[in-house]
Write a protein that binds this ligand. Structure first.
Ligand code: BES
Ligand code: MN
Ligand code: ZN
Length: 493
């Protein structure tokens, strides 16, 4: 999507579609509609009085040959109640306009930006909305996209800050879409080796250092917990390592980003029911998100050092698969009794976290589709956040709030440790059904040692199950935006 600035009187813009938004109750004169000429507002007033235009969230009202405007069409998007307005809403309004236009074969959109500080959200929302998970449909129409977004500034001129904001927004949204593409691929087209190839290619494109460890290296490093998961598959595992080490920031802390990269999770010997098992192609969404974050920061260049570690593997049953009752010595030396081979993510993460520490990470943030339990607690709307270090948990939550990616802290507490005690080893890989998201998180945290650690359980938020006016059904790319925000602000701080 090409983004351009346009300044000059809104009345004179010759666009196939100009879009603005207004609040519920007074959409004819509030929000960015405020910036439209009075003749246009008068016309909208009539639509409002007749009940056609209400301003309810995401309501789309299209007017052809709108009074007071040279544009062919005006789209008014409802912003909902003013008191409920948030950052996230801006993204969604622009996204709604984009998807409305696309569906009607309109390729160019003028977005009325009455306030310069909203431009960045509008651009992000527009690019995120212009995504569809339709790669494998023969009837997909690649023409049906908005290929030009014009930011209509009215009388104000775009300054350096606005140009910068657009560039950042573009990099971030495209990196989210990159992660979404990886998640969307089925497991036959996104094996651990193929995921590693994608990662290396991305790293090369954006000037990042990358390393990929294969079976022999994983085994000789004694990543036995990761290997236990991988050993049952005929697809060899990969440990993907990508580094962003800017010369301009030699003494900043190293942030370790660890992403679960299970390219398909059958459950292994503790096999999952076949119903909905196809969804387990998304079990590498945490890894994909971390690659998306790296792709973004490689371009945005914050002054912070980052190392991403993605353990990529399948979890398969078979003659060589690990089994319930097995005892494994993890890379850290902690022994683990396997009670359920479907609790595989925490095993891969255990060694990946330990490895990230050995590689110099001063703080660990992991993202993983770790538990069904987190979806019971928070649904598909909110990511579960866990960690002992309140400062870092706070930073993550603040970035979530700033970007509109919903996150909520769930507790960690020593009393939950009893749930994953083992009668034979140091710990067991399952804590049972009760508090499953918490015990899963805490198990992972056991391998962070004394390094500050934050865990994001994205089992729910990885996927959007129902098309929204502003978002396609399919992968969401959570939590790329929040994490990029976090890294950008460490550098600004
Ligand atoms: N990948 C699953 C979690 C999951 C569930 C992700 C639904 C996305 C949607 C994970 O590996 C898993 O199977 N977890 C088990 C853990 C249990 C065996 C302790 C679960 O949640 O049932
Ligand atoms: Mn599993
Ligand atoms: Zn899994």
């Amino acid at each position: 999507m090409k983004i351009e600035f346009h300044h000059g009187p809104l009345a004179q813009i010759k666009s196939p579609l100009l879009a603005a938004w207004g609040f519920e109750g007074g959409p004819q004169s509030s929000g960015s509609v405020e910036a439209l000429p009075s003749a246009t507002q008068k016309m909208l007033e009539q639509l409002h009085a007749s009940g056609e235009l209400t301003g309810k969230a995401y309501e789309c009202t299209l007017v052809h040959h709108p009074a007071g405007l040279a544009a062919e069409r005006l789209l008014v998007v409802g912003a909902g109640k003013e008191e409920k307005f948030s950052v996230a809403q801006h993204l969604r309004l622009a996204g709604t306009a984009v998807r409305y236009a696309r569906a009607r074969n309109i390729h160019q959109l003028g977005w009325v930006a009455h306030k310069a500080e909203t431009i960045r959200d509008a651009v992000e929302g527009a690019i995120l909305a212009d995504y569809d998970a339709d790669k494998y449909r023969s009837d997909r129409n690649p023409e049906k996209r908005v290929d030009r977004l014009e930011i209509e500034l009215g009388e104000t001129e775009a300054g350096k800050a606005e140009v910068e904001a657009v560039k950042e927004a573009q990099v971030i949204a495209e990196s989210v879409n990159f992660a979404r593409d990886l998640v969307n691929e089925p497991s036959n087209r996104m094996t651990p080796a193929l995921l590693a190839e994608q990662a290396v290619q991305m790293a090369r494109q954006f000037g990042l250092e990358s390393e990929v460890l294969g079976t022999d290296e994983i085994r000789s490093l004694k990543m036995n917990a990761f290997w236990a998961v991988a050993q049952g598959s005929s697809e060899p595992p990969r440990l993907i390592v990508i580094q962003y080490m800017p010369e301009a920031a030699p003494h900043t802390p190293v942030v370790g980003l660890i992403g679960k990269g299970v390219t398909f999770d059958t459950g292994g010997i503790s096999i999952k029911p076949s119903q909905n098992m196809e969804e387990m192609k998304t079990d590498m969404a945490g890894g994909a998100a971390m690659l998306g974050v790296m792709r973004a920061i490689a371009q945005l260049k914050p002054k912070v050092r980052v190392i991403a570690v993605v353990p990529a593997t399948e979890n398969m049953p078979g003659g060589r698969a690990y089994k319930p009752g097995d005892v494994i010595t993890s890379m850290s030396g902690k022994t683990i009794e396997i009670l359920n081979t479907d609790a595989e993510g925490r095993l891969a993460l255990a060694d990946a976290l330990h490895y990230a520490r050995l590689r110099g990470a001063d703080v660990l943030i992991d993202a993983a589709t770790l538990t069904g339990a987190v979806t019971i607690a928070l649904g598909n709307i909110t990511t579960g956040v866990f960690g002992w270090n309140k400062e870092w948990v706070g930073r993550v939550l603040a970035s979530a709030a700033a970007t509109g990616e919903r996150m909520w802290e769930l507790p960690v507490d020593d009393e939950y440790r009893d749930l994953y005690k083992s009668s034979i080893a140091d710990i067991a890989n399952s804590g049972g059904r009760y508090g499953g998201a918490i015990t899963g998180a805490m198990f992972v945290g056991e391998f962070a040692g004394d390094t500050p650690w934050v865990h994001l359980d994205i089992a729910g938020t990885r996927w959007n199950y129902e098309e929204k006016p502003y978002l396609a059904k399919g992968p969401t790319g959570h939590p790329v935006r929040a994490l990029v925000h976090l890294l950008m602000n460490l550098h600004r701080a």
